[in-house]
Design a protein around this ligand. Sequence first.
Ligand code: ATP
Length: 150
Amino acid sequence: RPVQLDRIVSDSLSKMTMLAEVKHISLRAEIEPSVSIHADEERLHQLLTALLDNAVKYTPEGGSIRISCRMLSQAVQLEVEDTGIGIAAEHLPRIFDRFYRGEKARTRQEGGTGLGLAIAKWIVERHGGRIRAESKLGVGTRITVTMPYA
Ligand code: ATP
């Protein structure tokens, strides 16, 4: 069933605005209108929530998060970019593994299972897409998802 991506993105974003506000993190969305793909709406929600939740969790006060959604020729590209703590190069290949959690995450009081990105990856791959992460320690992280239209 075709799903309107801009709607899903704004729904997921609106659930995060409160959390972001409390941390004085600015949220910016650049969403191309009327992008739709054949996807499971519930799963897309879960995917975006996992990415945005991480962005908010791992970005200190005063930072910013940008989410964008645009059409490529055969696929849509979603990006969630933050100015957070970043991920060291040696850990980057493992963040999509089940139960993998970074040092900062392991020692934090707040809960977390280390399943968020593993689930995100599973959802993306179920839709025939790809997910990748770029990050610089102390600078920020960008997660890029590409999913084919059909
Ligand atoms: P949960 O998913 O239960 O919230 P989690 O956030 O620890 O737990 P994942 O979402 O799977 O688990 O992420 C795995 C690890 O990747 C995290 O523990 C963290 O070290 C790192 N990570 C993920 N997203 C970011 C981000 N935006 N900035 C910095 N580190 C990140």
